[in-house]
Write a protein that binds this ligand. Structure first.
Ligand code: D5M
Ligand code: FE
Ligand code: ZN
Length: 481
């Protein structure tokens, strides 16, 4: 026993006090430098009351870590693709998806003043006017040629080709993603080609942030990869234990959000079985259940799938199917949602998306990289779409409705996938990339990806103050912000 602890115990015993074993457990976890002061004050207080036992309640009251029933844990699922998936067939489905994307985003930009001047591509092409005109459409191609950039846009009335001459605007054009929605100010040039004079993205308007009335905390996690031999089981178990510890922040946690890649899956990449400790989905999910069961039941756990989890691979993904693990579905405090999902936590809106599209975006966009995922997240918010590029590495289902459009403006945008924990802000939205709980894999080492695993990000939903708990013993492994 530490000498400070035995001093505290002897002090209380000598004054005729008994210490309950639960109270002793709390004392064991208190900062030793504070022990003497704590015990003396409690002894003084209880002597006045003529009560000579020190119990858990006394310590929790003194330390301000009493479970506070006024801290709410209300979850509302505002949007979830699980029951809204209606996939079209072939070309028809593809057309429906793109027409839904165009219409939803046109409605979003209709709030902007310029949109009153919007014309269809067909009418602009037949107008032959040299005045400025506004069009909108999906980007079908962009090509940088010598010192100009050509852009192709498409709306339901037809397709448009225009040239960007201005250097600054060419930089903007260079960051546009294929199939992304944009608005453009255009005019007819001298030699009857169109000039693009401005590019306007749907973006996020200034808005007030929703806050929780009580000081509930949410923990943001993703990419646990349970079942992989690189899953940091000890560190994760330590974090889970911490949630039920007397730590004042831990005591206020009411939500745990898991943003996909909960398990490592089976058959996700070649020879994966050699890197698994659990060879079946069922075994992997059993382990998830066991670990999450240690979280106190007043904490609501929201589980969203990623590209390693069972169910369909194409976006949007339904929730992890119940047939693989009914235990998770049956728990009162667990909420299974699809990817992407929007949830409200005591009124704070969180958009959760695993982040598969980041792979395609970093490949085609100058200035964006895997080590700064929140910059890619800003790009998605400006485009008001979670996965614009169609037909690249990220599989997208030809849904009748484009469920990847960012309709709702969140207060917090939670993404994972790239295994780099990072925080940022964009137009009042807190951006959280929740990193991972999987050590660097041989594949990641071979492509030079350095994850910063083992970090839990915690947000006070009343003040938006951010904390983190780092369980990684490597001192270079830090949260990025
Ligand atoms: O993805 C973890 C990270 O590794 C994510 O940033 C993508 C990257 N990754 C994974 N597989 C590939 C391939 N095949 N090519 C390029 N980059 C890849 P996770 O979803 O956890 O496997
Ligand atoms: Fe992952
Ligand atoms: Zn992933």
């Amino acid at each position: 026993m530490k000498k400070e602890l035995s001093f505290a115990l002897n002090y209380a015993l000598n004054k005729g006090f008994q210490i309950h074993p639960d109270a002793f457990k709390i004392l064991e976890n208190v900062d030793v430098r504070k022990l003497e002061k704590i015990i003396k004050e409690i002894v003084r207080e209880k002597t006045k009351q003529k009560m000579f036992q020190i119990n858990q309640d006394d310590l929790e009251t003194y330390l301000g870590i009493k479970d506070d029933p006024s801290i709410q844990n209300e979850v509302k699922v505002l949007s979830d693709p699980t029951d809204n998936i209606t996939t079209g067939e072939g070309v028809k489905g593809y057309n429906a998806l793109f027409s839904s994307r165009f219409n939803k985003l046109k409605r979003i930009v209709s709030e902007r003043p310029e949109s009153r001047m919007l014309k269809s591509i067909a009418s602009v092409k037949s107008a032959k006017s040299e005045d400025d005109m506004y069009i909108c459409g999906l980007v079908t191609a962009r090509n940088a040629e010598r010192n100009i950039t050509k852009l192709h846009l498409e709306d339901p009335s037809g397709s448009f080709e225009g040239i960007v001459f201005d250097n600054e605007l060419q930089k903007v054009a260079g960051t546009l993603l294929s199939d992304q929605f944009v608005m453009a100010r255009v005019s007819l040039g001298k030699n009857s080609g169109f000039i693009i004079k401005d590019i306007i993205l749907p973006d996020i308007p200034d808005q007030a942030t929703n806050k929780s009335e009580s000081e509930a905390y949410a923990a943001f996690l993703s990419d646990l990869h349970i079942g992989s031999k690189y899953f940091m089981e000890d560190e994760f178990a330590e974090f889970v234990d911490w949630i039920s510890s007397p730590d004042p922040v831990a005591k206020k946690i009411r939500f745990v959000l898991i943003g996909g890649d909960v398990v490592d899956g089976v058959g996700i990449y070649p020879n994966q079985n050699k890197e698994l400790v659990c060879q079946t989905i069922e075994e992997q999910l059993d382990k998830v259940e066991q670990l999450l069961d240690k979280i106190p039941k007043n904490v609501k756990i929201i589980i969203m799938p990623g590209n390693h989890d069972p169910g369909r691979r194409a976006l949007p993904q339904p929730a992890i199917p119940k047939k693989y693990n009914s235990g998770l579905w049956d728990r009162e405090n667990i909420i299974m949602v699809g990817n992407p999902a929007v949830v409200s936590l005591n009124g704070v809106k969180v958009t959760m998306f695993h982040g598969q599209s980041i792979d395609d975006i970093v490949k085609t966009t100058p200035g964006l990289s895997y080590d700064k995922p929140t910059n890619v997240m800003k790009h998605l918010l400006r485009a008001r779409h979670l996965s614009p590029i169609y037909g690249s590495q990220t599989p997208i289902a030809p849904e009748m409705q484009d469920l990847m459009v960012i309709d709702e403006i969140p207060d917090i945008f939670h993404v994972g996938h790239v295994h780099r924990a990072e925080l940022d802000m964009y137009k009042g939205i807190l951006l959280v990339n929740s990193g991972s709980w999987q050590k660097q894999t041989p594949f990641q080492a071979s492509v030079g990806m350095t994850p910063n695993p083992g970090i839990a990000i915690l947000v006070n939903l009343k003040t938006f103050q951010v904390f983190h708990e780092n369980y990684n013993s490597n001192s270079n492994n830090v949260l990025q912000s």
